[in-house]
Design a protein around this ligand. Structure first.
Ligand SMILES: Cc1cc2nc3c(=O)[nH]c(=O)nc-3n(C[C@H](O)[C@H](O)[C@H](O)COP(=O)(O)OP(=O)(O)OC[C@H]3O[C@@H](n4cnc5c(N)ncnc54)[C@H](O)[C@@H]3O)c2cc1C
Length: 388
């Protein structure tokens, strides 16, 4: 008899996990309260960056593998979700983060190119490089169509025989270290051998005792800038990550409106810094004028061609932060038939595919829980959230 696994949450983490488990012979039920890639989920934006520039080697490896998985599945999905247009890293005075990351690139054989300022000025003529010291192009990075990615993974899951339903799921009691099933919003009860909760920013609410504030959702604002009609910057520009000192080493990043079709809106830009606390159910999703002005000031400095252009659209979604910005991929401490996947902390989307593979190995007991992603690590942790 096949083991029955219920995966709750069809975002980047849960959707891929359900598909990978199904392909490995499990009977899988995938449940989402609003649907895969829905607007309130963290995976529900148009696009997400996929890059391997990480201080932690584990993420460089994972991001690289994730890109491969997207490519391997492209034919099956029938749509290109991963757009490997490259990621341009713009470095100011402090290059420590980049140095560490490029060490991993060398170890892992990942492709990158140091671009001289002169060459960059030619290739990326719309970027103001005056306060930039170093430019590195990560050749195999790019962007993913985020909400569409969740949708196609779910569709593929169903096509391959998985069972998907829209329902809110809530854990029933835990007895003798076993969850006694889940209650669905239609009033029914679902029993499985194993439960995987991949509920993004809702995890703290679902398990207030075990998770609670360990996953803290924060408000994140994203702006889509208008670009001049017919402007060639869009075709020539990779995804960019700006680590210049202008912004105290906070990363600013953006995704050009590559393709410029209905899939991607305007010239996307955001600031990788934590906003105020945010409730994914009740907080208002409007962007603030203060944040718009701040991002606009930066964009006008870095991309002078956009001066005078207005705001096309804005979006508010949430990071779901752990105290150290590492994910949680571990069994719930109180129930050994429950796994928790979450704590994307602003960098999780790209990892969904590879976390799905990891979860198969964990459920198979082929590997143990990685201490970096464990609940145990929180026992000795301070308050600070470090961006990854
Ligand atoms: C502004 C912004 C920019 C980001 N940029 C990047 C980036 O460039 N690159 C990157 O890799 N990552 C990025 N991230 C982070 C990334 O988007 C998230 O880490 C990732 O999407 C989290 O996926 P998830 O599956 O854990 O959660 P979610 O996508 O939130 O999925 C959780 C799912 O669970 C469902 N659910 C919740 N409760 C229940 C319930 N009780 N019953 C049933 N279903 C339930 C929800 O409907 C939802 O679909 C960014 C995030 C934000 C907000």
């Amino acid at each position: 008899m096949k083991q029955h696994i219920a995966v709750i949450g069809a975002g980047a983490f849960g959707g891929w996990t359900a598909l990978m488990l199904l392909r490995n012979g499990y009977k899988v039920t995938l449940i989402d309260a609003w649907g895969a890639g829905n607007s309130r989920s963290s995976s529900g934006d148009e696009t997400r960056v996929i890059r391997s520039v990480y201080v932690d080697k584990i993420y460089a490896e994972m991001a690289h593998r994730a890109g491969q998985i997207w490519r391997e599945n492209e034919n099956a999905f029938g749509i290109q979700i991963f757009h490997p247009i490259g990621v341009l890293n713009l470095i100011g005075k402090d290059d420590s983060r980049l140095k560490a990351a490029l060490g991993h690139f060398d170890d892992l054989g990942l492709k990158y190119e140091e671009v001289s300022k002169k060459e960059a000025a030619k290739r990326y003529s719309h970027i103001n490089l005056e306060d930039i010291n170093q430019i590195v192009l990560e050749n195999n990075g790019g962007y993913l169509l985020a909400r569409m990615g969740c949708h196609v993974v779910k569709e593929q899951f169903v096509k391959e025989g998985g069972d998907f339903s829209i329902a809110a799921a809530y854990p029933l009691s835990i007895e003798h270290e076993k969850l006694q099933g889940i209650k669905l919003s239609d009033g029914s009860k679902l029993m499985a051998d194993t439960y995987i909760f991949a509920c993004g920013p809702w995890l703290g609410k679902l398990f207030p005792e075990e998770i609670g504030a360990l996953i803290r959702p924060t408000k994140q604002e994203i702006f889509y800038f208008n670009i001049p009609a017919g402007c060639d910057m869009v075709e020539n520009l990779p995804v960019w990550c700006d680590f210049s000192s202008l912004w105290d080493n906070v990363m600013m990043y953006g995704i050009p409106a590559a393709g410029s079709d209905a899939m991607v809106r305007g010239f996307k830009a955001g600031k990788d810094v934590l906003g105020e606390d945010f409730d994914p159910d009740i907080s208002e999703r409007y962007a603030t004028e203060a944040k718009w002005k701040e991002v606009k000031r930066f964009i006008h400095h870095r991309f002078p061609i956009l001066r005078g252009m207005g705001l096309l659209e804005s979006r508010v979604c949430q990071y779901e932060n752990t105290p150290d910005a590492h994910f949680i991929i571990d069994k719930l401490p109180t129930a050994n038939n429950v796994w928790i996947m979450g704590g994307g902390s602003g960098h999780g989307y790209k990892m969904g595919a590879v976390l799905g593979e990891m979860m198969v190995d964990l459920v198979n007991e082929k590997v143990g829980v990685n201490p970096v992603f464990s609940f145990k690590r929180f026992e000795n942790l301070g308050e600070k959230v470090e961006r990854r």
